[in-house]
Write a protein that binds this ligand. Structure first.
Ligand SMILES: Nc1ncnc2c1ncn2[C@@H]1O[C@H](COP(=O)(O)OP(=O)(O)OP(=O)(O)O)[C@@H](O)[C@H]1O
Ligand SMILES: [Mg+2]
Length: 364
């Protein structure tokens, strides 16, 4: 059981500020994912919680106890790293029990906990193998087992799957999710892969340059991104973003995408946009739909020639151009489209996101 709390947490390496004034409460049993581009401060945050990195400012509490001055081994958190560094000369079993042996735990207790970890992770048949006789995924499972035997209050994962190939990564992702459901402990998980973040998290933190850009459930950060950065970081392909102009004349507000594309606003959008001039407009690929017939007159509608066709099996991505900008549309209907075909595209205006051009913050 652990609640982890960060109060005004900061880390500077000389002039580089890696983490800036982070405030956060991670409740017991939450699966929290820290996601963001390389260098945004994810590992530093995790290492400060584990006690592996001295903090420059702020406080860390685990279960209401201030742990700033506690040694890593006394914080009762376990970290699983990207390079799992198993002891090559030891069997799986010995690798699992080693940290308990060092901590002078009685051998019956070690055996009990190792058995427990072996059964949770399905390592029964591999107990006596050496790491060199294991696959990447199996090694990663042993690394997780080493964390499990310590019965920590919280698990800290730093990109544990990034050394695995794509297929194995997807499998292990599911295993980690199951593991969380079994163990019912707090997990703080670092990744730069937004798909991993979306699929695993109860709550996601999107970081950039040491700051928290947004905190929310996967659905919240996907459907209500607070700024352009989050909008383009979460979701694949990234949200289409393009410049638009708000034309306000005779009490009628229109959105101009280019010289030939003007769209009416909904009543709700009029209120949001009436004092704006230049904005960024965001539309997800799946919200730009090619239609054959059944044109919905309340949707935005325009014709475009298709530049590129990318069939992906269950869906096809169509690339079109609006105002010199490449836009991706996602089509689920399996009708054949060829490069150069002229199609009618529709956009449900209620699915469109608006961002301020200067601040890049969502206009709400
Ligand atoms: N020991 C160090 N000395 C100086 N600067 C450091 C040190 N460790 C990290 N940094 C800097 O702090 C910032 C945050 O680093 P951090 O390792 O937390 O990023 P990250 O989000 O984990 O990135 P990645 O996805 O590449 O692992 C980066 O600018 C990095 O260069
Ligand atoms: Mg890192």
């Amino acid at each position: 059981m652990a609640q982890v709390e960060l109060k005004n947490l900061s880390k500077k390496y000389g002039k580089v500020t890696a983490v800036q004034n982070m405030d956060l409460i991670i409740p017991h049993n939450q699966f929290l994912v820290l996601v963001g581009p390389s260098g945004c401060g994810k590992s530093t945050t995790l290492r400060m919680i584990a006690g592996l990195e001295e903090i420059t400012g702020g406080e860390i509490f685990i279960n209401d106890e201030r742990v700033n001055d506690k040694d890593p081994k006394d914080r009762n958190v376990s970290m699983v790293f990207q390079n799992y560094a198993l002891y090559p000369h030891m069997s799986v079993e010995e690798n699992l029990g080693f940290s308990l042996k060092i901590a002078k735990v009685k051998s019956e207790e070690i055996e009990k906990r190792v058995n427990e970890a072996v059964s949770i992770l399905g390592l029964e048949d591999l107990r006596s193998r050496k790491p060199s006789q294991l696959s990447g995924g199996q090694r990663q499972r042993v690394a997780m087992g080493r964390a499990i035997v310590r019965r920590p209050d919280a698990f800290l994962f730093d990109e544990p799957l990034s050394n695995l190939d794509a297929k194995l990564r997807t499998q292990m992702r599911t295993e980690i999710k199951k593991l969380h459901q079994k163990l019912k402990t707090t997990i703080i998980y670092v990744t730069h892969d937004q798909v991993e973040a979306m699929t695993l998290a109860d709550r996601i933190i999107i970081m950039k340059d040491g700051y928290i850009e947004q905190i929310g459930s996967p659905i919240e950060v996907f459907s209500k991104p607070t700024n352009v950065f989050v909008a383009t970081f979460i979701g694949s392909p990234p949200m289409n973003i393009f410049s638009a102009e708000i034309i306000n004349s005779n009490n009628n507000i229109k959105i101009k995408l280019d010289d030939n594309l003007y769209f009416d606003c909904t009543e709700d959008q009029k209120n949001k946009l009436q004092n704006k001039k230049n904005i960024f407009l965001g539309i997800r690929a799946e919200d730009i739909m090619p239609v054959e017939n059944n044109i919905n007159t309340s949707f935005w509608s325009f014709k475009r020639n298709v530049d590129i066709v990318e069939p992906l099996g269950t869906e096809t991505q169509l690339f079109i151009t609006i105002n010199d900008k490449e836009i991706i549309s996602r089509m689920y209907n399996p009708y054949a489209v060829n490069v150069g075909d002229e199609l009618t595209f529709q956009v449900d205006p209620s699915k469109v996101h608006f961002f301020d051009k200067e601040t890049e913050k969502a206009i709400i």
